[in-house]
Design a protein around this ligand. Structure first.
Ligand SMILES: Nc1nc2c(ncn2[C@@H]2O[C@H](COP(=O)(O)OP(=O)(O)OP(=O)(O)O)[C@@H](O)[C@H]2O)c(=O)[nH]1
Ligand SMILES: [Mg+2]
Length: 408
């Protein structure tokens, strides 16, 4: 499902193209991506086995005690019964969803993905505690198959460290214990893990104790504690992916709006042609005048299409920043104007037959002029139609090139 973005940005892009064509469209997109992509709503699902510490993590994120008002419900027995939404305290457009644990009677592992609508989320944090279960791996596989990003959290590390202390006695070494857990996680995840940095060994309880101790000493070292218990790196890694999702969603929205507007604009310009051509036909009553009028008219329309569609001048800064395909198209299209001598127009028109349009030109003309008009009117129609098609093709190439560069 597409992340939600305010419709205002679609409308802005549509209006921009209707007004300016593709002129400086790169700058317009850049500005939107830089200043407005953060308004796209993105969602992270906190998923995994029941009792693994998902709700506790949410409370740590919200900087709330488990018992505080508005905190996620935490408990030694199955606690979260439906999907609960929480806002990131630093960015209201990032939502964390506390999901019910997987593998209970209410949420069996087999149907978990459908039951909690996992497809609606942008990223996933998969929680496990103590042991890896088959279900955890299945869940990761399912998420990967939907091309979504996930992070693995091995929670309650404080418990592991305490247990190791008991069992190892003198030989206890915390760093060794953590390294062993990390390597066990990598081994179990195998090909599901592109990179070991996606595993976070966290402890919300450890973090909270660390922070309390700091405060007792009168120090503010929340970030340092967050680093130690891996909450900070997890939040940052997840935010980086979400930021990219926001950028991607914004560019898709801008693409949709600008393409639709450009199509509309070309349609409107195309609709004008028969009227313009018919007037050129009227001038053909005095045949000597007709050729001169055609050339002027065509040159005038050429310039109008160029402005309306926002085709840049050759050698301008905007032109220099275009991709090679667009540059070549702009050069070719602009060359058409210089080639427009009366003879050139005739040759062009002859090469470009649009017989189906003849009736349109005829239908507009007053009955008495029909005999005198066809040659000039239809020729003008064909030429303008040809020019507009070339110009529109160039404008679309510019737009596609800019969008492509933003999708990288
Ligand atoms: N030692 C320790 N215990 C934790 C930690 N995080 C959570 N717990 C405990 O684990 C138990 C389950 O925590 P929850 O946060 O309710 O787990 P959950 O995954 O939300 O559970 P469900 O909603 O039932 O799926 C609670 O008793 C928590 O206090 C931690 O970092 N260390
Ligand atoms: Mg819970």
């Amino acid at each position: 499902m597409e992340p939600w973005a305010p419709k205002k940005h679609y409308d802005d892009a549509y209006s921009y193209v209707m007004k300016n064509g593709v002129s400086k469209i790169n700058d317009f997109f850049e500005e939107k991506l830089k200043n407005s992509a953060g308004e796209v709503k993105v969602k992270t699902a906190i998923v995994g086995t029941t009792g693994s510490g998902k709700s506790t993590f949410i409370n740590t994120l919200l900087r709330l005690e488990d018992s505080a008002k508005g905190a996620a419900k935490v408990g030694v027995t199955e606690s979260t019964q439906d999907c609960q939404r929480y806002e990131d305290p630093d960015n209201a457009n990032i939502e964390y969803w506390d999901l019910p644990g997987m593998g209970t009677d209410n949420f069996p592992a087999e149907t978990y993905f459908q039951d909690v609508k996992l497809n609606e989320y942008d990223t996933f944090v998969i929680f496990i505690d103590t042991r890896f279960r088959k279900d955890d791996l299945e869940l990761a596989r399912e998420i990967t198959s939907h091309r979504k990003k996930y992070f693995f959290v091995r929670a309650k590390i404080d418990q592991d460290v305490r247990s190791a202390k008991r069992s190892c006695g003198e030989s206890f070494n915390e760093a060794d214990v953590l390294a062993k857990i990390r390597s066990e996680c990598s081994e179990k995840l195998g090909d599901l893990l592109s990179n070991e940095e996606k595993i976070f060994l966290i402890s919300c309880h450890g973090f909270e104790k660390c922070r309390e101790k700091c405060e007792e000493r009168g120090e503010k070292c929340g970030e340092k504690c967050g680093e130690k218990y891996q909450l900070e790196p997890l939040i940052k890694a997840n935010r980086d992916v979400l930021y990219q999702n926001q950028q991607d969603a914004m560019i898709r929205l801008l693409e949709k709006a600008s393409m639709a507007a450009l199509e509309e604009k070309v349609k409107v310009l195309g609709g004008d042609i028969w009227k313009t051509s018919a007037w050129s036909g009227v001038a053909a009553v005095v045949p000597v005048v007709s050729i001169g009028v055609d050339v002027l008219l065509i040159k005038k329309e050429f310039k109008r299409y160029k402005t309306e569609l926002g085709i840049p001048e050759e050698k301008s800064d905007e032109f220099e920043n275009l991709d090679p395909t667009s540059k070549a198209k702009v050069s070719l299209t602009l060359k058409l104007l210089t080639e427009f001598t009366a003879k050139g127009i005739g040759a062009l028109a002859a090469a470009y037959a649009v017989e189906t349009q003849i009736e349109k030109v005829f239908s507009f003309l007053p009955a008495g002029l029909i005999i005198a008009c066809p040659l000039s009117g239809i020729t003008t129609y064909k030429v303008l139609d040809y020019i507009l098609k070339a110009m529109a093709d160039t404008a679309f190439a510019i737009l596609v090139g800019v969008i492509k560069s933003k999708k990288k």
